[in-house]
Design a protein around this ligand. Structure first.
Ligand SMILES: N[C@@H](CCC[C@H](N)C(=O)O)C(=O)O
Length: 295
């Protein structure tokens, strides 16, 4: 039998409604996570393949390693911190599906023993409730914080103009609820190369195309900043729910958001926003240390 490779860098792979991540347990923040490494890891031919990377570390360790300047608002030095990177190596403030997978991973791996704790992100503290977490499946609610509307803007997609609401959920979104858009029409759109107003969104934007609210539910597709089209975006579902509610003159309520990779429930109330949905841990392994060093 072939001898197993050893001494590698441990990783896991997981997804939340098929928004997939390479998870790097690095509690003491010792890994040097460069842009080129993240790109290589996320590459579906040359690497593991994912929409993003979730480094699992303590906030204090990331500060000590110089990855964070200080703890973001509401985040304690002892909190777990989701150091999130997009597939193109860029850093984003928040990832809603990522927080669910991150919390599931912590519980399933035994790193966290409580079912309610706070996950730090660059957008601030994100308290979670882990409803269930076995080795493969989890169900998590994330307190997603305030939803700030930024005004109206327009995107051009598939030779059509889409009006939407700029929404800040810690990261920037343009959520476009399209009157009378059917699920089949949504499915047929080519959302690969959206144009947006770079003066309105100077740091880029995630763009959601959304069907109008019907029986408490919407369908959504998303083009993510730093990734491209993904099969789900948690922060995007919160923006989509807020825009769909605004479209019918409401600011609060629960909306089921169907995305190509599954469904989640988003609740908006006077205290903030909440995202409930599944998480899947696919497997774990070791990255070849030489491969890491060469990237
Ligand atoms: N998939 C994420 C969002 C990840 C960050 C985004 N691409 C950005 O650059 O803002 C989610 O589930 O929220």
């Amino acid at each position: 039998m072939a001898a197993p490779l050893s001494g590698g860098i441990p990783f896991s792979k997981g997804h939340g409604t098929q928004n997939d991540f390479v998870i790097l347990p690095d509690t003491e923040a010792q890994l040097s996570l460069t842009e080129s490494l993240v790109t290589a890891l996320c590459d579906r031919q040359q690497g593991i393949g994912a929409d993003g990377v979730l480094r699992v570390a303590r906030t204090s360790a990331l500060i000590e390693a110089g990855v964070l300047e200080s703890a973001p608002d509401g985040v304690a030095a002892t909190d777990w911190f989701m150091d999130y990177r997009n597939a193109d190596g860029s850093i984003a403030e928040m990832c809603g599906n990522g927080v669910r997978v991150f919390a599931h991973y912590l519980c399933a791996s035994g790193l966290e023993t409580s079912a309610e704790f706070t996950v730090g992100s660059r957008a601030g503290a994100r308290p979670v409730i882990v409803h269930s977490a076995d080795a493969a499946k989890g169900e998590v609610t994330v307190s997603m914080g305030p939803v700030r509307t930024l005004g109206n803007s327009v995107a051009e997609i598939d030779h059509r103009k889409f009006s939407g609401i700029g929404i800040d959920v810690g990261n920037p979104h343009l959520a476009c609820v399209v009157p009378e858009l059917s699920v089949d029409e949504l499915r047929a759109l080519d959302i690969s190369g959206p144009q947006y107003d770079a003066d309105f969104f100077p740091t880029g934007v995630n763009i959601e195309i959304v069907t109008p609210l019907l029986d408490g539910a919407v369908h959504m597709r998303v083009h993510e900043r730093g990734v491209g089209e993904t099969r789900s975006c948690g922060t995007g579902t919160v923006a989509a729910a807020a825009a769909a509610l605004a479209d019918v003159g409401q600011t609060e309520g629960t909306v089921v958001v169907h995305v190509p990779g599954g469904s989640v429930a988003v609740t908006l109330d006077s205290t903030g926003s909440f995202l409930r949905g599944p998480s899947v841990l696919v497997g774990s392994g070791e990255l070849n240390r030489l491969w890491w060093e060469n990237n």
